[in-house]
Design a binder for this molecule. Structure first.
Ligand code: 5RP
Length: 235
């Protein structure tokens, strides 16, 4: 997580605002993954250091490690009710449907989001899109079923580019021991439908499509201002 320090002030503004506005002493929260969520985690660390009693569920081993470094007590999913979860996103559509999973943590991020009473998304303006799909959709898959999943996605959605995510020539392995397909669907007009289509394929664990889940979207700017979006109804 060292790499995120001293980076984008817009991300820091959004992450800090989410914690300042939504995290209450004595509660359990969900903490996301990535360079924007990083700042929310750092802010929670400051509040713990000041004596507050907040505990957290981490959405990835990366976040877990950062929490440990900042002495943020960790609990298992639903060991405590999750008052609020704070996480970044790769794309935010006008109806607040999201693409997530750029960091590969989509399954745990979705699990935490589904368990949280409120779900606050922290982004910069660059993440706001007219429709999802410019960012390739991450899909977590069981490695054994790779060829089958690829064939079935194409059978249902056409001959789109499907790229197995790799790091230094090796498959990227998620915290759940799975792989990621980055799928280039192009414009996604009906995220729930595409999500359902993909999840019916044996070997698809989760997609990076999040919908009907965000309670608030906070957009940070480099000057430190943070805008809270208003959702518009889906088309
Ligand atoms: C990780 C995620 C991240 O929330 C998403 O990739 C945004 O990250 P960043 O704030 O670094 O742009 O979904 O799986």
């Amino acid at each position: 997580m060292q790499r995120f320090e001293n980076s984008d002030p817009a991300k820091r503004a959004a992450g800090y605002a989410a914690v300042d506005e939504h995290v209450v002493d004595g509660t359990c929260i969900g903490l996301g993954t990535g360079s924007t969520a990083y700042w929310a985690i750092e802010r929670v660390g400051q509040r713990i250091a000041a004596g507050e009693r907040i505990c957290a569920v981490a959405t990835s081993s990366e976040t877990q490690e950062l929490c440990r470094r900042l002495h943020i007590p960790l609990v298992e999913l639903l060991a405590e009710p999750i008052a609020v979860a704070i996480d970044g996103a790769d794309e935010v559509a006008p109806d607040w449907s999201l693409t997530k999973g750029g960091g590969g943590a989509l399954f745990r991020e979705k699990a935490v989001a589904l368990c949280a009473k409120r779900y606050v998304v922290v982004v910069t303006k660059s993440k706001l899109v007219e429709a999802l799909g410019t960012f390739p959709l991450p899909v977590e898959i069981v490695p054994y079923a790779m060829a089958y999943v690829r064939r079935e996605i194409r059978r249902r959605s056409g001959d789109l580019p499907i790229v197995r995510r790799e790091i230094e020539g090796q498959p990227f392995v998620t915290d759940n021991g799975n792989w990621i397909f980055d799928c280039h669907f192009g414009r996604i007009d009906d995220p729930p439908r595409l999500d359902a289509t993909l999840r019916e394929i044996l070997g698809v664990v989760a997609t990076g499509l999040f919908f009907n889940i965000a309670s608030e979207v906070l957009v940070g700017s480099a000057d430190g201002r943070v805008l809270s979006l208003t959702a518009s109804a889906p088309n």
